[in-house]
Design a protein around this ligand. Structure first.
Ligand code: SF4
Length: 668
């Protein structure tokens, strides 16, 4: 018997209209867990680097985490993996909500889609009955509207539906997949779904998920719930409210946006609006939010109520994505009423709430600087808000300049030329990043930004505080009940970290300490993404309920896999390396691991070089960021070495990188 997982994937060939239920190999679960881990293994095995994002051979995988569908609180993530049209690398975007547990209850761990349907279709998974249905009547419909239309059509109000909007249908590079109370937005995965002619996947499941040792597992779940309650009553003192609690409920509950609005560089701008937040703005925001927010909501099996449903006047209700309440408002330098209104359209169109406002602000910046002209914007309204609505509409329809902008700032800048590249200044690995421009280089975040392959805010933050506390007493109080650390040395690192002087940024934490910290933070993210855990209860906040010490027990008692901290760390390293190997094979190298030039005002080139050199070595990668033969062998990844040698990425006698990969050559 299989525990926690079902042991079956659903393979769908959209070209042939073929559907198969395929048994999976339990050894893969031991080596790569589930979710992101096994998604990566499938992409490695079946999608060679020559495959273009919009090739029928590109796979689109909806993977549930290993523990999704079990009673583990907050374990509800669907990990959507494919080759991104924007980065041309592996995308692994997550969505919470209810979809992954429902798929498990229908009897599947993953849905793997290949090929392309000649007509727009949707997939209906109803336990053992799976069918591809015509979706021509849903063409152009909103991503949220589609979910409701499908539920009605199927007469199944409990079906969980993941759908794309017009942006996905038109292959906008930052198109999202929307689902009930969640969204998978990064990497343009919605564009790949649209390219495959798939409007939605509806799923209804009523089966059970087996737990290996239920009593033990339930005890662990109850401990987590108890801890969540305790943490809610005892927020971490000395840090800003957003870091003091778990999850991100404050996003929709709290009105005070002083910190966010003044510290981020919203839109495509390069300056902070330091005096933006005043009493009048605060009053207005409160009024708008109170009049439009309907209720606070949670994902499956979670008490945190991070999200909220919003109803702008005269518009349908939708779920506000984390931070999106700010991104449009601030990019357009407008008010919250505008932000909540345009976010409704953007959610129906199905676009990423970080990239879309940046792309629109970028277009207007090019216009203001004469790089784009009136000819590029025929009929664009003259008011700021009208312009944003106009641009959004053109982008999702790929009309006129919208067709260029739909490729994101990196590719659009290259297409436009005339110096537009200088305005696409907020990208890493060809993808728009958080609009953050900071002052002093933080070496921990430098490494996380550079080497992160998820390209998402949650992956650049972790369980180590972002900044030192002012006094030793505060630091001592913080480390007292910091049992989540994998090793007590982390407590010492933090105790000695000071605001000023020798042990302050950017030279403290030392390079070696930064490697340890980043490795720990990254490891927790990768474990979450394989188990399907919400990072808001694990890898993202300080002192979370899930950590390296209790995760092995969850896996052992839940999935029946004999697990301890060492084995779990090894598994995470294995599939983390596989994600890197997929990207290396597609041409990613050290040159790509660069935060935007103006990300920090004070940069330290020598220190940054040393950080990357040391971290690469620490991770078992060579100077160009390529995993070495020795490291690959240690983690049972000889098949990667073999492929790298065959492709000339590594030589069979040493770990020299080749000058150019076949994928790179092709790109040129
Ligand atoms: S913490 Fe928030 S985002 Fe995470 S599962 Fe719970 S409700 Fe969803």
């Amino acid at each position: 018997m299989r525990y926690a997982e079902t042991g079956f994937n659903l393979e769908v060939d959209l070209t042939m209209g073929n559907i198969e239920r395929v048994a999976t190999d339990p050894r893969d679960t031991e080596l790569y867990l589930g979710g992101l881990g096994t998604n990566a293994k499938i992409l490695w095995d079946r999608v060679p680097p020559e495959t273009e994002p919009f090739s029928p051979d590109n796979l689109l995988i909806f993977g549930t985490g290993l523990l999704c569908g079990t009673p583990a609180t907050g374990c509800n993530r669907t990990i959507v993996s494919t080759i991104s049209p924007q980065t041309r690398l592996m995308a692994f975007s997550m969505m919470g909500g209810f979809w992954a547990p429902e798929l498990k209850y229908a009897g599947y761990d993953k849905v793997i889609l290949r090929g392309k349907s000649p007509n727009l279709v949707y997939l209906w998974i109803n336990n053992d009955k799976v069918e591809i249905r015509d979706a021509s009547h849903l063409k152009g419909k909103g991503a949220v509207e589609t979910q409701e239309l499908i539920r009605r059509e199927l007469k199944e109000p409990k079906a969980q539906v993941a759908a794309i909007g017009l942006a996905g249908e038109n292959r906008v590079y930052f198109a999202s997949i929307e689902q009930g109370r969640s969204s998978a937005s990064r990497g343009g995965i919605g564009a790949v779904m649209g390219d495959k002619g798939l409007k939605a996947i509806a799923v209804r499941g009523t089966k059970d998920v087996n737990i290996a040792r239920p009593d033990e597992f339930m005890e662990l779940c109850n401990e987590v719930l108890k801890y969540i309650k305790w943490r809610n009553d005892n927020p971490v003192p000395g840090v800003m409210p957003i870091l003091a609690g778990l999850g991100s409920p404050q996003e929709m509950k709290v009105h005070d946006e002083k910190w966010h609005t003044e510290n981020f560089m919203w839109g495509n701008s390069r300056t902070r609006r330091k005096d933006f937040w005043n009493e009048e703005i605060a009053r207005e925001w409160m009024k708008t939010m109170d009049s439009m927010r309907r209720r606070l909501i949670s994902c499956y099996n979670c008490p945190m109520t991070c999200g909220a449903t919003i109803q702008p006047p005269g518009l349908p209700t939708y779920m506000m994505k984390c931070f999106t309440k700010l991104t449009y408002t601030m990019a357009a330098m407008s008010d919250l009423e505008f932000g909540l209104g345009i976010a409704q359209s953007a959610t129906e169109f199905g676009v990423d709430g970080f990239s879309a406002p940046q792309v629109m602000a970028f277009a207007l910046e090019l216009y203001e600087n004469g790089i784009l002209t009136d000819d590029d914007f025929p009929g664009m309204p003259s008011d700021n808000e009208g312009r944003f609505y106009w641009l959004l509409d053109r982008i999702v329809r790929r009309e006129g300049i919208g067709d260029v902008l739909a490729n994101g700032t990196y590719w659009a800048a290259r297409q436009i030329g005339k110096g537009a590249e200088a305005y696409a200044h907020n990208n890493i690995k060809k993808h728009e990043q958080l609009p953050l421009k900071l002052s002093m280089l933080n070496p921990i975040y430098f490494l996380m930004y550079c080497t992160g392959e998820k390209i998402n805010i949650t992956q650049i933050e972790g369980q180590f505080p972002q900044a030192p506390f002012a006094t030793r007493e505060e630091r001592e109080a913080f480390v007292k009940d910091w049992f989540q650390v994998p090793d007590d040395k982390f407590k010492q690192y933090f105790l000695d970290w000071e605001l000023r002087g020798e042990k302050s940024l950017p030279y403290y934490p030392t390079v070696q300490m930064c490697c340890d910290i980043v490795d720990w933070q990254e490891r927790m993210h990768y474990i979450d993404d394989a188990l399907g855990m919400c990072s808001g209860l694990s890898s993202f906040p300080l002192k979370p309920p899930y950590h390296i010490h209790n995760y092995p027990k969850f896996i052992s008692s839940g999935a029946g896999i004999d697990m301890d901290e060492t084995k779990l760390t090894e598994a995470a390293k294995r599939y983390r390396t596989l994600v890197r190997a997929i990207n290396i094979r597609r041409g990613m190298r050290r040159k790509d691991e660069k935060p935007p030039e103006n990300h920090w005002k004070k940069r330290f080139p020598e220190l940054e070089k040393e950080l990357l050199d040391t971290y690469y070595k620490f991770k078992g990668w060579n100077d160009d960021g390529i995993p070495t033969q020795e490291f690959l062998h240690e983690f049972g990844l000889d098949y990667v070495t073999e492929d790298f040698v065959k492709r000339g990425i590594l030589t069979d006698i040493e770990d020299d990188p080749s000058k150019e990969t076949p994928a790179e050559k092709e790109k040129q």
